[in-house]
Design a binder for this molecule. Structure first.
Ligand SMILES: [Zn+2]
Length: 491
């Protein structure tokens, strides 16, 4: 039973003791056949509709009909049902840093040193457990697809594992265990900075050159061709980590695979300064020169841009992934999200460093940060913020058939309870605003991915005792780290 004290998923017309979605639907661990779901309210086509009948067959939605009474066999979804949320930028292992990096003072660069101490405890076994717990946390927060920006490829000394993709496979296995879709953004990471060699921690990130990276990614892709729940995408860590002469190889590999290409862009002013000094181009201009911008590309952060950079991203329809809770946690600065959107860049959202895992918080932060910067309110309609968390996020991860409730879409949806102490008293005409501005991940009641119930009444149906398991996995990472950790700041 959740804090709401409400029943788990149950069919209409049934009363008496609450039973779990699993008992009612029998869908745990397998795809449902034909099923009807009846949403008290649902976000459909940019509007909140009431009494919405969602019909599914296997992993697909076959019909969405507002203003319809519930058939007797429909499963009730009480609250506001949204399309599944897309977390477009994640580094799963950063979850191990939560709290530990909030001690003392510093900058992005001192935080990075602490982050490297957690990296040292990752191996395919510890990472599988950690990521399973992290992806379970995401599922409980209503996230049905994650874009995992993955660069801890090799062993701690840089040597390849016997299977060079062992870490990538561990992340896919973790997403499957947690019941969410994954776009594994296999990241090219070759240098420690512009014209700087890798430091010892960074050695495990590198394949040596972009051509060798591409051949490893090709093997990884081959393992998941035709998978309904896995896309193997590509990433450039940043212009700090991939030299100009190798950027084109990554971009052409993404094009060859028709795969999403993600890149950290201008998160820090130092990156801009170093790039301008070396290439006489901003990072955005450098990526453009190398063919790395376009509708299949997502630039993550895009915090410190010139007006010309904004136009470059907008004109090329490059998606921009904002990660406001991480950007404020790392003292990065406030990106010009609305300006980018109006210039033509779709906007998605990501939990990035896992300072928190809550896409409602990311969505409202994008608006609230702009209020602080401009001293004006109302830059983003709530529907645009919901679209960033659903439609645009899924598009940036290559899941074009997710993120909306309509016939033909994949059956991924999330029900937010409106009766918690945070949301009670709202009315359906402002349900979208209430959820965007006051809901937290804890208000997510039910999560369905591909027609399968993954979360029922706030309980993960596939990962038993998810909090205990995640806590144990974090401790195991630090036990496996040869570097002194715990409260890293004090060392
Ligand atoms: Zn990142």
């Amino acid at each position: 039973m959740s804090e709401h004290g409400s029943a788990a998923l149950s069919r209409t017309g049934e009363s008496g003791e609450a039973q779990t979605g699993t008992e009612r639907t029998g869908v745990q661990g397998q795809r449902a056949g034909k099923q009807s779901w009846h949403a008290e309210a649902a976000y459909v086509g940019g509007m909140v509709e009431t009494d919405v009948l969602i019909e599914t067959d296997g992993d697909q939605i076959t019909a969405v009909t507002p203003a319809t009474a519930a058939p007797a066999d429909a499963i009730r979804l009480t609250g506001l049902t949204l399309p599944g949320l897309a977390n477009a930028h994640s580094h799963a292992f950063h979850r191990a840093l939560r709290g530990r990096t909030q001690v003392g003072e510093g900058t992005f660069w001192t935080w990075r040193e602490q982050m490297y101490e957690a990296v040292a405890g990752l191996n395919p076994e510890t990472y599988l457990e950690l990521a399973t717990g992290v992806f379970a946390e995401m599922a409980l927060a209503g996230i049905t697809s994650v874009g995992e920006f993955h660069y801890a490829h090799h062993d701690v000394d840089g040597a390849r594992y016997s299977d060079p993709n062992a870490m990538g496979h561990a992340l896919v296995a973790a997403a499957r265990a947690a019941g969410i879709r994954i776009t594994l953004l296999d990241t090219c990471y070759l240098t420690g900075g512009i014209d700087s060699s890798l430091n010892p921690t960074q050695r495990r990130f590198s394949d040596g050159d972009a051509t060798t990276w591409a051949s490893r990614v090709e093997e990884l892709r081959a393992a998941y061709v035709g998978s309904p729940d896995v896309i193997v995408g590509t990433a450039i860590h940043s212009v700090r980590a991939v030299p100009k002469e190798q950027l084109g190889t990554v971009a052409s590999t993404a094009a060859k695979f028709d795969a999403p290409l993600h890149v950290h862009l201008s998160e820090q002013r130092k990156e801009n300064d170093d790039c301008l000094a070396r290439y006489r181009l901003t990072p955005a201009q450098l990526l453009d020169t190398c063919g790395a911008l376009g509708p299949g590309t997502t630039a993550v952060h895009a915090t410190h841009l010139s007006q010309a950079d904004v136009e470059l991203l907008g004109d090329s329809e490059t998606c921009v992934c904002m990660c406001p809770t991480t950007e404020r946690d790392l003292a990065d600065g406030i990106g010009a999200a609305r300006t980018l959107f109006e210039a033509g860049a779709p906007i998605s959202l990501g939990s990035d460093s896992q300072a928190v895992v809550d896409l409602f918080e990311e969505a409202r932060a994008m608006e609230l940060d702009e209020r602080l910067r401009t001293e004006r309110r109302g830059h983003w309609p709530s529907t645009d913020l919901l679209d960033a968390a659903t439609t645009a996020g899924h598009a940036s991860l290559g899941w074009g058939t997710c993120g909306q409730l309509h016939a033909g879409a994949l059956a991924d949806f999330v029900t937010v309870g409106l009766d918690s102490i945070r949301l009670t008293g709202t009315t359906l005409d402002v349900a979208a605003e209430s959820v965007v501005y006051a809901a937290t991940a804890a208000d997510v009641r039910h999560v369905v991915v591909g027609g399968r119930v993954v979360v029922s009444d706030g309980v993960h149906m596939l990962v038993d005792e998810a909090p205990r398991r995640l806590g144990a996995a974090i401790r195991a990472v630090y036990r496996a780290s040869p570097r002194p950790v715990g409260v890293p700041w004090r060392h």
